[in-house]
Design a binder for this molecule. Structure first.
Ligand SMILES: Nc1ncnc2c1ncn2[C@@H]1O[C@H](COP(=O)(O)OP(=O)(O)O)[C@@H](O)[C@H]1O
Ligand SMILES: [Mg+2]
Length: 303
């Protein structure tokens, strides 16, 4: 069991369809159940998070969802506007700027700025304080955009540091990068399917996170794992029948062979993931999917 509790910011990343939203929901619920005050943040127009949590659609305003759990939809326009307000210290001025076509076009053209605004807002809430000085949230779980966009987003602070003149934008980027790189406060949760191609992509993602960006990986989640039915010897005996067809007996044998093959590929993928030396957690594939709050509760048992 990896101690997630001490990390204030959990960045859940991986390829689209690997289960980022599912894992984010399960993680947020698991932490909330342990008594932490958790904010779960997601982005994207068609957010699935609220459906999985069984709550009303998320909005760009932080709303309570259930005990110890809050949710927010991160939209870059709103985040950018809020960010502008923080930097420029004037809502009226910001509104004037952002409502002018010319200036908003200029800002929209700045590479990575939109992504930075999303990440900046998630990071901002991870560090937000109550008036009495205590943290507003114990943990922020960020259901990040799929790998490509997720990496673009993570490259932004570095770009700002290389390009921006001294000022608020630059000092914010410095603080954000320090925070994101601190394993005591931030953890990257890399979600994958234990299959061959997703594993290749996950190894590349890990390389980018650690090698290129020096970011702390908390653990790898092999989501949608099969529970093995066959021993290695049984699988070996079955595999030659994978293309068999004809009688009912023959197609049953072929079905068993396909399953044995999938189990072997999964075992090989898990070995490759384990070889990275990061903690590796398996979440089972649930028949019938995980679109409901009950299904998510099934998964929480493994967190
Ligand atoms: N452990 C699981 N068992 C069965 N189905 C799953 C599991 N995890 C995810 N799924 C299904 O896979 C699809 C993609 O999951 P989702 O969490 O939306 O991925 P992502 O956010 O990475 O795109 C969804 O239809 C979801 O119900
Ligand atoms: Mg998703």
């Amino acid at each position: 069991m990896v101690p997630f509790e001490h990390r204030r910011f959990l960045f859940v990343t991986g390829k689209g369809g690997s289960g980022k939203t599912t894992v984010s929901a399960a993680l947020a619920l698991a932490l909330a159940a342990r008594g932490l005050r958790v904010l779960v943040a997601t982005s994207g127009a068609k957010e699935r998070l609220s459906a999985v949590l069984g709550s009303p659609a998320l909005t760009t305003k932080i709303e309570p969802l259930q005990k110890n759990l809050w949710g927010v939809l991160l939209a870059s326009e709103v985040a950018l506007r809020e960010y502008g307000t923080l930097v420029l210290h004037s809502e009226t001025l910001v509104r004037a700027l952002f409502d002018s076509k010319y200036v908003s076009g200029l800002l929209a053209g700045a590479p990575g700025l939109k992504e930075w605004a999303l990440l900046g807002k998630a990071w901002y809430h991870a560090n937000e304080l109550e008036p009495d000085g205590s943290p507003r949230f114990d943990a922020v779980v960020f259901d990040a955009p799929a790998t490509g966009h997720g990496l673009d987003m993570l490259r932004v602070p570095k770009v700002i540091l290389a390009a921006a003149p001294p000022g608020r934008l630059r000092s914010d980027a410095e603080r954000a990068l320090q925070f994101l790189r601190d394993p005591k406060r931030t953890g990257f949760v890399v979600v994958t399917l234990p299959e061959e191609m997703p594993t290749n992509e996950t190894l590349e993602l890990l390389q980018a996170l650690e090698g290129e960006l020096s970011l702390p990986v908390a653990e790898i989640v092999a989501n949608s794992s099969l529970t093995p039915l066959f021993s290695a010897a049984e699988g070996h005996a079955l595999e030659p029948f994978v293309m068999l067809s004809g009688s009912a007996t023959e197609s049953a044998l072929a079905a068993a062979a396909r399953r044995a093959l999938a189990e072997r590929v999964q075992a090989e993928s898990l070995l490759r993931l384990a070889a990275t030396a990061h903690p590796l957690r398996q979440l089972p594939r649930l028949n019938g999917g995980v679109g409901t709050p009950q299904a998510i509760r099934e998964l929480i048992r493994f967190l």
